[in-house]
Ligand binder design. Structure first.
Ligand SMILES: [Fe+2]
Ligand SMILES: [Fe+2]
Length: 313
């Protein structure tokens, strides 16, 4: 269980979803991928878990070409699903998004083409949606004006700390489509209450640390299609598989990111909550130093414990 003396209590539970890439009209993404169906499946399966995240953070590339219809369909799918599980929705801009329709159709705002930077307060946890996009380009940057604003926001710590959500993750990359001038952002985040950075853009799940700030960076895979990191040399291959999303559990100053694949897989075993309870009772009664040969993942799955999720079952 999460309970114990080795770590603080679980304070927050967030879903981290990225790169939905909804297309306008009835077209498939790249002529092959049904982006809507993938996200519908995610929410349908997640509803079965009965888990109750406080917020769902979407880290950009929500519409593939910024099409109004794509944003409308996305919102129509996400908001009822979020409401059903009691979660707030946090939208973040990506390089495939366009600010004016993004604002108009997701935020009901006519503020236009200025960067979409928003502060959300989630039961004491601050989540800052930071717009890392450069209109018309695929690389990212946080402008001087944004850095100044961010510094002002972070000058006052939040009760439970801060998560930064942005599309271009500040991790080493190819150089072509990366977040530029990362040191300037590091200068603003260093020695603040920022506990983790959530990113997207890469279409694969990865983790890193942000330079010498020590702040962990977690990148969720895409829900539309993923990049194949085992593709033959010299080939960049997008594939209709291995899509996923992340569970984010916040224990005080410790943040745990767990990747969840989307899709159906055959079961190897299933352990019920009742069986787990019996096991705990037996262990307490016998004081047995060695647990019986139960499968390990169910015993350590964060979702199985803190949020009543049962992954892999
Ligand atoms: Fe993307
Ligand atoms: Fe992107």
């Amino acid at each position: 269980m999460f309970a114990g003396t080795q770590h603080p209590d679980l304070e927050h539970f967030i879903l981290h979803i990225s790169d939905t890439h909804f297309v306008g009209g009835a077209d498939l993404l790249h002529g092959k991928v049904d982006s809507d169906a993938n996200l519908k499946r995610l929410f349908r399966d997640f509803a079965e878990t009965k888990a109750r995240p406080e917020a769902i953070v979407f880290t950009g590339d929500l519409a593939d070409t910024g099409d109004a219809d794509a944003y409308r369909r996305l919102r129509a799918l996400v908001e009822p699903a979020a409401e059903a599980i009691g979660a707030r929705v946090i939208w973040v801009m990506g390089n495939h998004d366009i600010r004016t329709p993004f604002r108009r159709h997701l935020l009901d705002s006519d503020a236009g083409e200025q960067s979409v930077d928003l502060v959300h307060e989630i039961n004491g946890l601050r989540i800052i949606a930071l717009d890392s996009t450069v209109p018309g380009h695929h690389h990212g940057v946080i402008t001087g004006a944004q850095l100044s604003w961010l510094g002002d926001v972070l000058a006052t710590p939040a009760p439970h700390g801060t998560l930064i959500a942005l599309h271009h993750p500040p991790v080493p990359g190819s150089g072509l489509f990366d977040l530029n001038d990362q040191e300037a952002l590091a200068g603003v985040l260093r020695d603040t209450d920022v506990r983790a950075i959530l990113g997207g853009h890469l279409h694969f799940n990865t983790f890193g640390t942000f330079g010498d700030t020590g702040i962990p960076v977690s990148v969720a895979s895409a829900t539309c299609y993923s990049l194949d990191n085992a593709a033959p040399a010299g080939i960049m291959r997008g594939r209709d598989g291995a899509q996923g999303f992340n569970l984010v559990h916040v224990f005080g100053d410790r943040v745990m990111h767990s990747a969840v694949p989307i899709g159906e897989f055959s079961s190897v075993y299933e352990v019920t909550e009742e069986q787990m309870r019996l096991l705990a009772t037996d262990l307490a009664a016998t004081g047995a130093p060695e647990p019986p040969a139960l499968p390990e993942p169910a015993a350590i799955s964060p979702s199985a414990q803190g949020s009543r999720l049962r992954l892999g079952s």
